[in-house]
Design a protein around this ligand. Sequence first.
Ligand code: ZN
Length: 179
Amino acid sequence: MTSKAPRYDVPNAAPESLRIVQTFVNTVNLERGDDWLADWFEQQGVTASRRELERARVVREAVRELLYANNRQPVAGEPSWAVLAAAADAASFSIDLARPELVARAGGSDGAVGRVLAVSFLAMLDGSWPRLKCCRNHHCRWAFYDNSKNRSASWCSMQLCGNRTKTRAYRARRATAAT
Ligand SMILES: [Zn+2]
């Protein structure tokens, strides 16, 4: 499906704890259609079947919706809580109080997706979650980490999306003004 190498982190990488969420969400280039989810699973030590990939893609897009909401963007309808809850069930979480850690006891793809959900859950509790966002450019929706002081970043990259979108808006305004 793809000849391009994954570029999960470009351009604003999340800190280590949240990276797994960012790299999971960034396994598809929505503008070009390249999909690296199978590669991502391989990196997690899992060879995912076609069915597992399909299921994980649904979860990936549900997580993306949350990151889009973190960018104060309207999500059509309710976020896909049922999808996320089902994925959490499949991960068979238990609590390790010694570490302390939320542990996905399931193996395979369910366990790998579960690790993404566990990190998301803990980030929601520790307050770091709102900084992980999806680009405001709806065609892009690339996951990036907002390092700005006031958490105001909207674009994955000003060069890649911010300026391009602004140029488009400018052209649209000019076209409207001309008619
Ligand atoms: Zn973008």
